[in-house]
Write a protein that binds this ligand. Structure first.
Ligand SMILES: *[C@@H]1O[C@H](CO)[C@@H](O)[C@H](O)[C@H]1NC(C)=O
Length: 244
């Protein structure tokens, strides 16, 4: 519309009218160009808000995933602890019911059982500890630092128009300013899409770690139970010959 208006000046014959029209066109253009800046401002704010909402959704999703994986680990530990406790109480019954041993030997075997129970507890604690460390590290280092970076970059976009305005000479070269804003607009749109995808991938990547940690925990639980069984067999061997 600006260029069309400028073309009109050729049709204006009178000197005064010519200048009047130029002045009007310039005011009109300045207004129109300023409208473009306002439009940019609105667009940047809208995009920033939409992106912020998307990050917030991903943030909640991330939290849900981390909680779910922790819950599954706890369930596995919840299976391990009663199983080992049960194995211990039937072991105790076996000691109590043992024939042909004197009280001294029974007492000694009881003490051995208590000592080994301590080690068995450490085994369970180790399983839980390693699972916790790996999962905690992953839940802190994955997604969150990137989400925060993205959030601050996204927030910067709200003030982009003012920032570009400050950097450019809007009076002498408005086109350069509009050109810069066009570029920034492209940048933030691409950023919103690519970073959204990136953050989503980060969340999905929790699953790889959680799967590994879970399998390790299951393996650790099996080892803990095997060790408990071996301990008990060892202790029972004392009962075979009255602790001789
Ligand atoms: C602002 O957004 C609208 C709708 O997406 C678009 O049509 C328009 O070209 C954008 N304006 C600028 C200055 O980029």
């Amino acid at each position: 519309m600006c260029t069309v208006s400028f073309a009109l000046k050729a049709e204006v014959k009178m000197f005064a009218k010519f200048f009047l029209l130029i002045a009007l066109v310039q005011v009109g253009c300045a207004q129109q160009q300023f409208d473009v800046l306002v439009e940019f401002g609105t667009n940047f704010s809208t995009l920033a808000l939409e992106t912020q909402n998307e990050i917030a959704e991903l943030y909640h999703f991330n939290g849900d995933i981390v909680r779910e994986f922790n819950r599954e680990l706890l369930l596995e530990l919840g299976r391990l602890v009663p199983a080992m406790r049960e194995a211990d109480s039937s072991f105790q019954e076996q000691i109590e019911a043992a024939d042909g041993i004197d009280a001294e030997c029974r007492e000694y075997v009881e003490e051995l059982r208590e000592l080994f129970l301590l080690f068995q507890n450490w085994d369970i604690q180790d399983c839980a500890y390693y699972a916790h460390v790996e999962l905690a590290e992953d839940s802190v280092n994955r997604f969150l630092p990137y989400a925060i970076t993205f959030l601050s970059e996204n927030t910067r976009s709200i003030s982009q128009v003012v920032e570009s305005f400050a950097r450019n000479n809007a009076v002498a070269d408005l086109d350069a300013l509009v050109g810069e804003l066009d570029g920034e607009w492209e940048y933030y749109q691409t950023l919103a899409i690519s970073f959204g995808d990136f953050l989503f991938e980060e969340i999905l990547a929790h699953a790889d770690v959680a799967d590994r940690v879970y399998l390790e925990l299951v393996e650790c639980s099996t080892i803990a139970q095997d060790l408990q069984e071996a301990d008990q067999e060892y202790i029972l061997s004392y009962l075979d010959n009255n602790c001789e």
